[in-house]
Design a binder for this molecule. Sequence first.
Ligand code: HEM
Ligand code: HEM
Length: 151
Amino acid sequence: MADLPFSPSRLKLFNWHKWAGISILALSAVRLLWRLTHPAPALPGNIVQAMPDWQLKAHHLTHIALYALFFVVPLIGWAYTSATGFPVVLFGQYPLPDLVGPDKALAALLKPWHQISAYTLAILAALHIAAALKHQLVDRDGLLQRMSLRG
Ligand code: HEM
Ligand code: HEM
């Protein structure tokens, strides 16, 4: 999308990207509210005992960082597009407020941070999936099955 030459299909993809990103932002808010009112059950004792301290810390920190990035990435994207002077019209129907006024210098500052934070999110998600697969296939400790038992 970002590398396409200026064209109607580029504009269309930019809009779809913004709508998807705003939808993710809204879903993340619902999810965070749910999580704050319904805390995750503690890890079972046998899994905690089998995990070295650094893995327990990484488990905790990765989840916090993922949640933070669910907000940071789309909010920077939204602020970036506001700074460039292109307001978001959600699904082509609902105009959203601008997070900041038009500001070329701010837009130039935010653009790389949108990319860096998005790639950080992708890398963390990949590490998270790799860790889940390790629990499932190497440790065989039933961590994955826990998800289907949550209320
Ligand atoms: C979780 C949500 C989002 C993710 C993962 C994401 C990810 C990305 C990525 C990977 C790029 C390409 C960066 C590059 O290689 O140059 C990008 C570009 C862009 N994003 Fe997002 N984004 C999200 C949400 C949003 C939102 C909500 C908006 C605006 C409302 C937005 C606006 C943009 C714009 C305008 C660009 C193009 C930058 C340019 O080349 O001028 N993004 N985004
Ligand atoms: C094949 C894909 C995936 C698998 C197998 C998987 C597996 C898991 C498991 C087993 C847990 C619970 C860990 C525990 O019991 O403490 C979990 C939690 C979580 N996962 Fe994934 N995951 C996957 C993809 C993703 C992706 C793509 C994201 C984000 C982009 C993500 C974000 C999270 C978050 C934020 C939590 C913490 C949830 C909470 O406690 O509120 N996961 N995942």
